[in-house]
Design a protein around this ligand. Structure first.
Ligand SMILES: *Cc1c(COP(=O)(O)O)cnc(C)c1O
Length: 423
């Protein structure tokens, strides 16, 4: 296996290749193959970008047919048949059945780009600069989005340029179970001397992904919506990681039956790992002037095709979402078992999540790294998240077979036991 040029030429900024130092060649479903002939089960799945697995055959067929017919691949943001079919599918399959009415902005294809657009929409609509974000939130690393991202590693990497326009509030549970974090937020909003500028919007992940798989409780989310309404603040749900079915519903906020003013999706939106993002906004918030926000790769055609195919194939009825919820239950039970084992061995651990977005919190990052490194040796790709990388997170493809899911969980359990027997 030749890695010399990879190590020599690619910038030190690389990350995942450090955790998984092998050269991957092919992938199908939840399985990855490497050049040295090994096979891995993928519980990382592009940090939630491959909800339908690698090279899903239904989506691939739509893509291959489109390419074979010389469909438009690039046309800036001109109209195309692919774009029309995407919007039709989004409206018919996703929005209408959920009683949602949104206009769609296609920004550049990354998540951070969608967040940049979303917070500008909010600022321009409300004429206020401040955006309230939450502790442990992750919304991207370009300057505007980074102002709402908590992690110091990313914030310090700007070379000292101050981030502006973001204020942080404690997320649900941040101060311990007994502290009402929204009570604090409400108090600051209602106090003319609190120092908090009334925000244009609040941006929130209903389950924080990079921040450590922290699910906000349903009542907390419902109350957050009420606070926003009472103070004329827009509610942005950043569903880039938790959306597209990850929590067991297409939109993660469906569990709480709330209606955000603005929604961002990216990661799994294309369904195939192609770069793609959109911003959904209440129609009255669409006050953009033509061309005021742009980007060469707005609405990447191939991704429009695969996204529509994914929606039609997986979301035309509730079979898929019920299956995701069932598998989420399987992971929950197995993670619980591992947490109990670790706790009995004298190392505190706990489980949390929603749907197939699940974390095993092992309290310290070194322990989490030992577990994921051992899992990699045993043929499982699984990563960590959280403020100190203390949470082993399961983001396996939602379409994973029961066989692969159980095999992956078996490998994880065995790896944890090996870490303890080596200690
Ligand atoms: C990944 C992620 C982003 C940023 O997306 P990029 O494509 O990496 O820019 C923003 N918000 C959330 C919740 C994410 O998980």
């Amino acid at each position: 296996m030749q890695t010399e040029i990879l190590e020599r030429m690619e910038s030190e900024v690389r990350t995942y290749s450090r955790s998984f130092p092998t050269v991957f060649t092919e992938a199908k479903g939840a399985r990855l193959h490497s050049e040295d002939g090994k096979q891995y089960i993928d519980f990382l799945a592009g940090a939630g970008t491959l909800n339908y697995g690698h090279n899903n055959p239904h989506i691939k067929q739509a893509l291959v047919d489109y390419i074979a017919s010389d469909g438009i691949v690039h046309g800036l943001d001109m109209w195309s048949k692919a774009k029309r079919e995407y919007l039709e599918t989004l409206e018919e399959v996703i929005l209408k059945p959920r009683g949602l009415n949104y206009k769609v902005q296609l920004p550049g294809p990354t998540g951070t780009n969608a967040v940049e657009a979303a917070i500008r929409i909010a600022r321009n609509a409300k004429g206020r600069h401040n955006i309230v974000a939450f502790t442990n939130g992750f919304h991207g690393v370009t300057m505007g989005a980074l102002a709402t991202t908590g992690n110091r590693k990313f914030r310090e990497a700007t070379g000292g340029i101050p981030m502006q326009g973001g204020s942080f509030m404690p997320f649900d549970g941040y101060m311990g179970e007994d502290t009402d974090t929204l009570g604090y937020f409400e108090k600051l909003l209602g106090d003319n001397s609190s120092g908090l500028d009334i925000p244009a919007a609040v941006i929130v992940e209903t389950v924080q992904g990079e921040g450590g798989i922290n699910p906000a409780s349903i009542p907390w989310l419902q109350r957050l919506e009420k606070i926003c309404r009472a103070h004329d603040i827009l509610l942005i749900v950043d569903d880039i990681q938790a959306g597209c079915g990850r929590t067991g519903k297409f939109f993660s906020f469906e569990h709480a039956d709330i209606h955000p003013d603005i929604v961002t999706n990216s990661k799994s939106l294309s369904g195939y790992g192609l770069p793609f993002a959109h911003v959904l906004m209440r129609p009255e918030l669409d006050i953009w002037k033509p061309g005021q926000y742009n980007g060469t790769f707005r609405g990447f055609s191939l991704a429009l095709v695969t996204a529509a195919a994914a929606m039609r194939h997986f979301w035309s009825d509730d079979t898929f979402e019920r299956d995701v919820q069932r598998k989420g239950g399987v992971v929950e039970e197995r993670f619980q078992k591992i947490a109990t084992f670790m706790t009995e061995q004298g190392h505190k651990a706990s489980e949390r999540g929603r749907g197939l977005m699940r974390g095993l919190d092992v309290v310290d990052g070194d322990m989490a790294d030992k577990i994921t490194a051992q899992a990699f040796k045993n043929g499982l790709i699984i990563e960590t998240s959280g403020h100190s990388g203390q949470v082993v997170k399961c983001l396996c493809p939602l379409s994973i077979s029961d066989e692969d899911l159980n095999e992956g969980l078996d490998i994880l359990e065995r790896s944890v036991k090996e870490v303890f027997s080596q200690a």
